[in-house]
Design a protein around this ligand. Sequence first.
Ligand code: CTP
Ligand code: CA
Length: 228
Amino acid sequence: AEGLFETGSLSGKTVVITAGPTREAVDPVRYISNHSSGKMGYALAQAAIDAGAKTILISGPTGLPVPDRVQHIPVISADDMYRESLVHAVDCQLFIAAAAVADYRPAVLAEQKIKKGADDEMVIRLVKNPDIVAAVAALPQGQRPFTVGFAAESECLLQHARGKLERKNLDLIIANDIVAEGIGFNSDDNAVTVIDKSGELALDKQSKSGIARQLIALLAKKLPASGT
Ligand code: CTP
Ligand code: CA
């Protein structure tokens, strides 16, 4: 926490964080989603506030309490999250994509509740959602924040994470082993490996708030000097 005359490592900076799952509507009563709890993104928002940043949390439905002084922008679908993220990304210095964005959404949103048919099978056609963190990383110089992604993988963790760092043109990626014991997704603990051009750093298993504080401290050091 900040003392009266101290300034945090992120004071004067604006941080935008995406968190939680998205929901992709099928019809008025159904959706496609995932098991993301949002805990890691919310822990990052708390750590960013504690470091003195103006903090904007763009979150899918989680039911988690929003940390004090954090500006919360609730969203439902990946499309909503994409729109809000680009609005706010252009005015921030650090963008952290912790959300578990649905990769696909139903191609058509049925206006009425879909009825059970006579057929024993049914097919929902899906179309790809926009890649939010890649779009932020592709913003022009001057509008582009330091851009950080997560990679949640069930296999070949570091290899896939390095691939995403490259493909999405990120400044840094946090690799998250979702099948390792007692960590990731709904857990209160996490263990991650931070990867950027300069190398890799493993953070040992600990509470998500501990991981978040370490990540924010590390990211504060990596941010370019503002020059103002
Ligand atoms: N992400 C995003 N928008 C999407 C999909 C993912 O911003 N439409 C972000 C996530 O928030 C995360 C990073 O991209 O920071 C990696 O997400 P992940 O699901 O691991 O990667 P994908 O590119 O979707 O690849 P795949 O799911 O096939 O592994
Ligand atoms: Ca994905």
